[in-house]
Design a protein around this ligand. Structure first.
Ligand code: CA
Ligand code: CA
Ligand code: CA
Ligand code: CA
Length: 308
């Protein structure tokens, strides 16, 4: 994978001579001593939410591998977290079997010295199955639903390059006709979660800007007929990045453009009908025509889009 890196750097306008400063995403910082990219999330999440958000960003909750790495984590915690925040989640848990702490990749905790804070792990009330790192650099087991900041990591070694779409995510593919790259998500989600998924990829929930693009989605959907989609969910179409959450009946894209000015606003017959007075999110039927739909009642497949 390393041989593709110069291509990615070139396409991102970064001097390939500066190999000491590789690029992954604008919100991740490269740490040469660890040959890895890190992001400390200030917003607090449960351990499971934190795990999922790192994954959505194409990374993983950090699984510290050495004392120097722990020292680096302590440094970025001290540099970035408010003083009253005592810890950040890392990718270690004992959910599988009490007292057997493993990483998210199922390995033993990869540090030889005693990394636990004094007296830990306590497994208090038999409810502590997730691990966070304290500002001291020591670990503590904690209730997984408690909310903490967290640290995501991606190694340089694992970095892939998709220069045509200016991302490391190989699932994006370009359509030069519409000047966008797309990623099809076949795991159905609510509009709300689909929006969050695309946002975490530094992309946006797809917006249709032309009849050509509508036709493109129609053809993409035809390649994935309902019978090919596993599970019990609403299979007629995809979510789109428009809504009328701000003002009923006034449909705008998630980028703020009135739907009437996007270049494509062909509604399915009888739509938008705001059925049940509760349809505020964008949807396209397999017919290629638009509909308003409830933002959280249905799970649909969807595309994330990014400009070329
Ligand atoms: Ca435990
Ligand atoms: Ca504990
Ligand atoms: Ca509505
Ligand atoms: Ca509707």
């Amino acid at each position: 994978m390393f041989r593709f890196l110069p291509v990615l750097l070139y396409c991102l306008g970064i001097n390939s001579a500066k190999m000491t400063n590789p690029f992954f995403r604008s919100d991740y910082t490269y740490e040469p001593s660890q040959e890895s990219f890190y992001k400390i999330h200030f917003e607090t999440k449960s351990w499971l939410e934190a795990r999922a958000l790192c994954e959505a960003e194409g990374t993983s909750l950090v699984m510290p591998e050495s004392k120097p790495e722990i020292e680096y984590l302590v440094k970025i915690m001290n540099d970035n977290l408010p003083e009253n925040v005592i810890a950040a989640y890392i990718g270690i848990h004992d959910m599988f079997s009490e007292g057997i702490f493993v990483t998210l990749t199922g390995r033993d905790v990869p540090i030889a010295h005693n990394y636990w804070a004094p007296g830990e792990p306590t497994n208090s009330n038999n409810t502590e199955h997730c691990v966070h790192i304290l500002r001291s650099g020591k670990y503590n087991d904690i209730v997984c639903s408690n909310r903490y900041p967290f640290i995501c990591k991606k190694t340089l070694e694992s970095l892939t390059a998709n220069p045509r779409c200016a991302t490391s995510d190989l699932a994006y593919f370009p359509n030069y006709n519409t000047s966008s790259c797309y990623k099809l998500h076949l795991t159905p989600k609510t509009w709300t979660d689909a929006f969050a998924t695309c946002h975490a990829e530094q992309s946006y929930l797809a917006i249709v800007n032309s009849a050509d693009e509508a036709q493109f989605f129609k053809e993409q959907l035809a390649d994935h007929p309902p019978a090919s989609l596993h599970g019990d969910f609403f299979k007629d179409g995809i979510y789109l990045g428009f809504h009328d959450l701000f003002s009923e009946g006034s449909h705008v894209t998630i980028l703020g453009t009135p739907l009437s000015q996007t270049g494509f606003a062909q509604w399915s017959p009888g739509q938008p009908d705001n059925a049940g007075q509760n349809e505020n999110c964008g949807h396209m039927y397999r017919s290629g025509l638009l509909n308003d739909i409830n933002c959280s009642s249905y799970k649909l497949i969807f595309f994330c889009e990014r400009d070329i």
